[in-house]
Design a binder for this molecule. Structure first.
Ligand SMILES: [Zn+2]
Length: 118
Protein backbone atom coordinates (compact mmCIF):
# COMPACT_ATOMS: atom_id res chain seq x y z
CA UNK A 1 0.00 0.00 0.00
CA UNK A 2 1.17 3.58 -0.72
CA UNK A 3 -0.12 6.71 0.93
CA UNK A 4 -2.84 8.08 -1.31
CA UNK A 5 -1.91 11.75 -1.70
CA UNK A 6 1.68 11.87 -0.43
CA UNK A 7 3.95 13.86 -2.71
CA UNK A 8 1.17 14.82 -5.11
CA UNK A 9 -0.44 18.18 -5.76
CA UNK A 10 -3.04 17.23 -3.19
CA UNK A 11 -0.38 17.20 -0.48
CA UNK A 12 0.15 20.98 -0.32
CA UNK A 13 0.06 22.92 2.94
CA UNK A 14 -3.12 24.95 3.46
CA UNK A 15 -3.14 28.66 2.62
CA UNK A 16 -5.14 31.44 4.21
CA UNK A 17 -7.86 32.46 1.78
CA UNK A 18 -7.83 36.00 3.18
CA UNK A 19 -4.19 37.01 2.59
CA UNK A 20 -2.93 34.06 0.52
CA UNK A 21 -0.06 33.31 2.90
CA UNK A 22 0.69 29.80 4.11
CA UNK A 23 -1.61 29.13 7.02
CA UNK A 24 1.33 28.97 9.42
CA UNK A 25 2.70 32.35 8.23
CA UNK A 26 -0.68 34.08 8.19
CA UNK A 27 -1.17 36.90 10.67
CA UNK A 28 -4.83 37.57 9.96
CA UNK A 29 -7.07 37.82 13.00
CA UNK A 30 -9.54 34.94 13.42
CA UNK A 31 -12.29 35.32 10.83
CA UNK A 32 -15.24 35.32 13.19
CA UNK A 33 -13.86 38.30 15.10
CA UNK A 34 -12.76 40.41 12.14
CA UNK A 35 -16.02 40.00 10.26
CA UNK A 36 -18.21 40.57 13.32
CA UNK A 37 -17.54 44.28 13.48
CA UNK A 38 -15.59 46.85 11.51
CA UNK A 39 -12.95 48.58 13.58
CA UNK A 40 -11.33 51.93 12.86
CA UNK A 41 -7.71 51.92 11.72
CA UNK A 42 -5.29 52.63 14.59
CA UNK A 43 -3.55 55.28 12.44
CA UNK A 44 -6.70 57.42 12.50
CA UNK A 45 -6.94 57.48 16.29
CA UNK A 46 -5.05 59.26 19.02
CA UNK A 47 -4.64 57.63 22.41
CA UNK A 48 -4.15 59.98 25.34
CA UNK A 49 -2.21 58.41 28.17
CA UNK A 50 -2.20 59.81 31.69
CA UNK A 51 -1.07 58.58 35.07
CA UNK A 52 -3.61 59.33 37.79
CA UNK A 53 -3.52 58.93 41.52
CA UNK A 54 -6.34 56.92 43.05
CA UNK A 55 -7.48 55.97 46.52
CA UNK A 56 -4.72 55.24 49.00
CA UNK A 57 -2.12 56.80 46.70
CA UNK A 58 -2.36 54.03 44.09
CA UNK A 59 -1.21 55.01 40.62
CA UNK A 60 -3.26 54.11 37.56
CA UNK A 61 -2.27 54.55 33.93
CA UNK A 62 -5.35 55.65 31.98
CA UNK A 63 -5.75 55.43 28.19
CA UNK A 64 -8.44 57.66 26.69
CA UNK A 65 -9.47 58.50 23.15
CA UNK A 66 -9.97 54.95 21.85
CA UNK A 67 -13.70 54.36 21.46
CA UNK A 68 -14.99 50.92 22.39
CA UNK A 69 -17.03 50.91 19.16
CA UNK A 70 -13.93 51.47 16.99
CA UNK A 71 -11.46 49.22 18.80
CA UNK A 72 -11.22 45.75 20.27
CA UNK A 73 -10.63 47.13 23.74
CA UNK A 74 -10.66 43.73 25.51
CA UNK A 75 -7.89 42.52 23.19
CA UNK A 76 -5.99 45.75 23.71
CA UNK A 77 -6.39 45.50 27.46
CA UNK A 78 -5.03 41.96 27.61
CA UNK A 79 -2.06 42.96 25.45
CA UNK A 80 -1.27 45.94 27.68
CA UNK A 81 -1.68 43.84 30.83
CA UNK A 82 0.82 41.35 29.42
CA UNK A 83 3.22 44.11 28.34
CA UNK A 84 3.09 45.79 31.74
CA UNK A 85 2.73 42.68 33.87
CA UNK A 86 -0.09 44.43 35.68
CA UNK A 87 -3.83 44.19 36.19
CA UNK A 88 -6.32 46.43 34.48
CA UNK A 89 -9.91 47.09 33.51
CA UNK A 90 -12.06 48.74 30.86
CA UNK A 91 -14.49 51.47 31.85
CA UNK A 92 -16.61 52.59 28.91
CA UNK A 93 -14.08 53.97 26.41
CA UNK A 94 -11.20 54.03 28.88
CA UNK A 95 -8.53 51.45 29.58
CA UNK A 96 -7.00 51.50 33.05
CA UNK A 97 -3.79 49.70 33.94
CA UNK A 98 -2.61 49.49 37.54
CA UNK A 99 0.63 51.31 38.24
CA UNK A 100 2.69 53.85 36.31
CA UNK A 101 3.30 52.34 32.87
CA UNK A 102 3.01 55.45 30.75
CA UNK A 103 6.09 54.95 28.57
CA UNK A 104 5.56 51.22 28.14
CA UNK A 105 1.94 51.71 27.09
CA UNK A 106 2.88 54.56 24.74
CA UNK A 107 5.44 52.29 23.10
CA UNK A 108 2.99 49.38 22.81
CA UNK A 109 0.23 51.53 21.31
CA UNK A 110 2.52 53.20 18.78
CA UNK A 111 3.81 49.77 17.79
CA UNK A 112 0.23 48.85 16.90
CA UNK A 113 -0.08 52.07 14.88
CA UNK A 114 -2.01 54.40 17.17
CA UNK A 115 -0.99 57.99 17.50
CA UNK A 116 -0.09 58.67 21.11
CA UNK A 117 -0.23 61.77 23.25
CA UNK A 118 0.92 61.80 26.83
ZN1 LIG B 1 -4.20 35.36 6.35
Amino acid sequence: MTRLFAGTEWDQPPRCDHCGELAQACECPPLEESSARSLAAPETQTARIAVEKRKRGKLMTVVRGLAAADNDLPALLSRLKTDCGAGGTIKDDTIEIQGDHQSRIAKALSAIGYRVKS
